[in-house]
Design a protein around this ligand. Structure first.
Ligand code: Q9C
Ligand code: ZN
Length: 359
């Protein structure tokens, strides 16, 4: 069966942000969120010219970013643009009890806006993160226009740990949150986060929103990052109560077990919600050789996982999140995307979004 190519978005300036190390578990470690990740994904994508087509976004969605992030957070990143080119700034003073105010014009106040020590700022961070978000916007635009049923944003730096006014987890702007925000114009949206880590930033953006269902499948936060979020009892608040679903699962989860969880605990919930679109926070750190993630999913398993989600028959924007086995990242991403496309092709697909004006 032949398919139309999957449209991929990426901008070269995303490669300018190069964190070299992080502090975690009391140690200084080489930073896993490297530019090699994007290189490997692009190599896999470019080796299949009939399957994928790569485009660069043309401008930043700064106006939309202001709708999901606080202006102070954006100001802080812009303050970091003035750092000397050889400086990498690790937030290092984290106000806890008596803090009332953080001044985003002072780089020394970056700890007010940050929740971990693995997410540094330098003079390129703002630009790279904004282009990463621009990829999410451009990929979403294609779906919104009804031109495509599946698109992929090669977002790096990633986004799912970034909240409205708080950054961390290698993330600065919440790319998936932005995609869901834009798709909201077409009706209800489901965000499914399959990164190994709980998507605490995305969860927080939509915690009180009944029109965006957030589902995250991840390593148990009592053992894994981000530690403070991702438990089953976090179910949403106010009108959003019941529209947040966390599924922490044990280490070692393999492809079969993962598929079973999708079929039994995820797909039925999405179907009952009747969304107009799907945002897939596609982290590939569930791969069995990932240096950070502790699941046991193998490369070929990403195909049936994609098929299962594609069979939902929803217009879908896939957003790159984590995935740190750089050698296999490209193969894992392309296998997942081919699965999504094959799943979509196998089901009836309404030709357009429902006409909201008539309901
Ligand atoms: N050396 C994403 O996957 N550090 N973020 C864990 C490992 C934080 C992961 C320590 C992990 C953040 C987008
Ligand atoms: Zn992750």
């Amino acid at each position: 069966m032949t398919h139309n190519p999957i449209h991929v978005f990426f901008h070269e300036d995303q490669l300018h942000h190069k964190p070299r190390y992080e502090w975690a578990f009391g140690k200084k470690l080489p930073h896993p969120e490297t530019t090699t990740r994007a290189d490997n994904i692009l190599r896999a994508i470019r080796s299949d010219v009939s399957g994928f087509q790569v485009h660069a976004p043309v401008d930043f969605p700064l106006g939309y970013l202001r709708e999901i992030h606080s202006s102070k957070l954006i100001t802080l990143y812009r303050t970091a643009r003035k750092l000397a080119p050889d400086v990498t700034y690790y937030p290092s003073v984290f106000p806890k009890r008596n803090h009332t105010f953080g001044d985003p014009n002072k780089i020394e106040h970056s700890g007010y806006f940050c929740f971990d020590s693995g997410t540094p700022l330098n003079h390129t961070t703002y630009n790279a993160a904004a282009w990463s978000a621009a990829c999410a916007e451009a990929a979403t635009r294609l779906i919104l226009d009804g031109k495509e049923k599946l698109s992929y944003a090669l977002c790096r730096p990633p986004g799912h740990h970034a909240a409205r006014d708080l950054f961390g987890g290698y993330c600065y702007f919440n790319n998936a949150g932005l995609a869901a925000h834009l798709l909201g114009a077409r009706g209800k949206v489901v965000i499914l986060d399959i990164d190994f880590h709980h998507g605490n930033g995305t969860q927080s953006l939509y915690y009180r929103d009944p029109n965006v269902l957030f589902i995250s499948i991840h390593g148990d936060p009592s053992v894994f990052y981000p530690f403070y979020w991702g438990f089953e009892n976090e179910k949403g608040q106010g009108e959003g109560e019941g529209f947040n679903l966390n599924i922490p699962i044990p280490s070692g989860c393999d492809g079969q077990e993962y598929l079973r969880i999708l079929r039994e605990r995820v797909i039925p919930v999405i179907q009952a919600f009747q969304p107009a679109a799907l945002v897939l926070s596609a982290g590939l750190d569930t791969y069995r050789e990932d240096p950070i993630g502790k699941f046991c999913i193998d490369t070929p398993d990403y195909h049936p996982i994609g098929v299962e989600l594609g069979r939902l028959g929803l217009p879908t924007v896939a957003i790159q999140e984590g995935g740190y086995c750089t050698k296999m990242l490209g193969a894992n991403v392309t296998t997942l995307l081919r699965g999504l496309r094959d799943g979509q092709t196998s089901v009836f697909f309404p030709s357009t979004f429902p006409d909201l004006s008539k309901s």
